[in-house]
Design a protein around this ligand. Structure first.
Ligand SMILES: [Zn+2]
Length: 161
């Protein structure tokens, strides 16, 4: 796996570590860098668990991860079909851990929770065949008049390209 030489730590992370927080800030974790890998997950279960087109995770050795605060805020859901366990913050609902059946020494944490880089670029995809056709894939955008911050896909240019 390639190492990402990313930006220096900031925002309160000790050197060589990255800090992750849920939306409400109740759950805080730290990892020792680098993460093992980072990957995009397009599976239907992950899509629903995140309420999003896909989720991007950092795969982290458990021995390199420490829960700093919020353990009592964590709730777990075990998928009855896959036996995979998803842990989320009971206050804000943010996904925190995704534990797969195989690879017990590894835990997956949404990359979006981290305020610093994790030392890996998400260059891997799990089940890209499950990718939805409504995902934004970098098509050219144009500002929508009268709606600051809102952009619209320029369909004609996208189709010509
Ligand atoms: Zn929270």
């Amino acid at each position: 796996m390639e190492q990402d030489e990313g930006a220096a730590d900031d925002d309160g992370a000790p050197p060589g570590e990255s800090v992750g927080r849920c939306l409400c800030g109740a759950v805080v974790l730290r990892i020792r860098l680098p993460a093992f890998w980072a990957w995009h997950d397009h599976t239907p279960a992950t899509r629903k668990a995140h309420g999003a087109g896909y989720a991007t995770y950092a795969g982290i050795w458990r021995s390199r991860l420490r829960l700093v605060q919020g353990e009592d805020m964590l709730r777990r859901y075990c998928d009855p079909d896959s036996f995979e366990i998803r842990t989320f913050c009971e206050t804000c609902g943010a996904p925190i851990f995704y534990e797969r059946r195989f690879g017990a020494s590894m835990v997956n944490v949404p990359l979006a929770l981290f305020e610093q880089r994790v030392g890996r670029e998400p260059i891997y995809h799990r089940h890209p065949d499950e990718m939805r056709d409504w995902l934004y894939l970098g098509e050219p955008l144009a500002p929508l008049k009268g709606y600051p911050g809102i952009y619209r896909v320029r369909r004609k240019s996208a189709r010509r390209a």
